[in-house]
Write a protein that binds this ligand. Sequence first.
Ligand code: FES
Ligand code: FES
Length: 152
Amino acid sequence: MVKLKVNGETREVEATADTPLLWVLRDELKLVGTKFGCGIAQCGACTVHIDGSAVRSCTTRAGAVGDAEITTIEGLSGPAAEAVQEAWRAVDVPQCGYCQSGQVMSATALLAKNSAPDDAAIDGAMHGNVCRCATYQRIRQAIHDAAAKLEG
Ligand code: FES
Ligand code: FES
């Protein structure tokens, strides 16, 4: 049994402490917006926030999270999240969509800490999020647009 704080709620789950957080989110809590891609921290599909930082949930043990706040795509909120979601829609970023919740989580974590990232900062924050449809140009454009909106 593990206790987790997910999207503002404390949840008790049956999983053992060494269960990957990704499987707790998807299988036990039915938060299926977080995707499984590689399982070895190489693709970013499973990205969630832990205390606001982008983290790969496939290689994070449920028992290691402790009292930290977990946010999934379902619980994403706040100015950076809104700016990212609006820009994603305006730029029409997704193609197949599979990688996109992870992309949005990484982009939001970046903008929450740096509201005016340059291309290098964007590439640094996003390099672990792989998109097999190669939407990288649109992702970068959407992050710039979201940043401009945040800067007002
Ligand atoms: S599924 Fe976690 S990084 Fe690929
Ligand atoms: S939109 Fe298809 S994998 Fe990224």
